[in-house]
Write a protein that binds this ligand. Structure first.
Ligand code: MLT
Length: 244
């Protein structure tokens, strides 16, 4: 298995992903939201690349069954039902619902990788489940960090490194591209409390400024969720696994 890390979605165009196995990571907060929403019973999450498209598809949706969700500059968009705080996506709120999700970086990164043969989303919350599944598949893996406005994001790269370290525990023959090695080095330097590391990132600081401290705590919780979010035909659902 070969692993590469794209430190920003701008490192590759849509066609790059054709036929690949890709994992998109946006720790703060889109892929943490997706894990929590699906784990709490949302029927599906529909990631979109623009607010206009989000509005358009929500206009065609059946009332009551769809929630228009997302953020700009971390704050809920006017007229939307929910923002992008994982704590909003409780069972009471999302059970059985289709979530249309627009976020500044995360939802766009997922849409960009739409031609992947296998496309998953990961955060610290469901990292182990994703690693176990990737090991089962045995394919080469592209890990795409959602980044921040096309730039590097420390928390996504550190999480990519953590995913790689999990994969290396299960497969001793893994080959790492340079960006994958660099991600691993960052993860290996994380020997303090993960919540503190996330809080000290640029985006962590912005979230704290906007009073989303509790979100950071949630996003720093490791492996509290066991589902595998898989993108197929424009929507993200929970992968149904065959029982052995
Ligand atoms: C993003 O996609 O940039 C985010 O998930 C931002 C956020 O809501 O914190």
């Amino acid at each position: 298995m070969k692993i590469n890390v794209l430190m920003s979605p701008l490192n590759a165009d849509e066609l790059y992903f054709t036929g690949k196995t890709t994992v998109v990571i946006d720790v703060l907060r889109a892929t943490s939201v997706i894990a929590n929403a699906l784990n709490n019973g949302a029927r599906e999450v529909i990631p979109v690349g623009s607010v206009d498209f989000a509005m358009k598809i929500s206009g065609n949706a059946h009332g009551g069954q769809t929630l228009l969700c997302g953020e700009r500059n971390t704050v809920m968009i006017e007229g939307f039902s929910l923002g992008n705080s994982p704590l909003e996506f409780t069972q009471e709120v999302v059970q059985g619902k289709s979530i249309i999700l627009f976020t500044t970086n995360g939802s766009k990164a997922i849409v960009r990788a739409k031609f992947s043969a296998n496309l998953f989303t990961a955060s610290y919350n469901n990292l182990k489940a994703i690693a176990d599944h990737l090991l089962k598949l045995g394919n080469d893996v592209e890990i795409m960090c959602a980044g921040k406005n096309g730039m590097f994001s420390l928390e996504d790269t550190a999480c990519a490194g953590k995913l790689i370290s999990e994969l290396m525990n299960g497969d001793k023959t893994i080959e790492l591209a340079d960006a994958a090695k660099a991600s691993l080095v960052i993860n290996n330097s994380y020997n303090d409390d993960l919540q503190i590391h996330l809080a000290n990132t640029e985006h962590g600081q912005l979230l704290i400024q906007n009073k989303f401290d509790e979100d950071i705590k949630f996003c720093a919780t490791e492996n509290n969720i066991e589902i595998i979010p898989i993108f197929q035909d424009g929507v993200i659902k929970v992968l149904k696994q065959e029982t052995e």
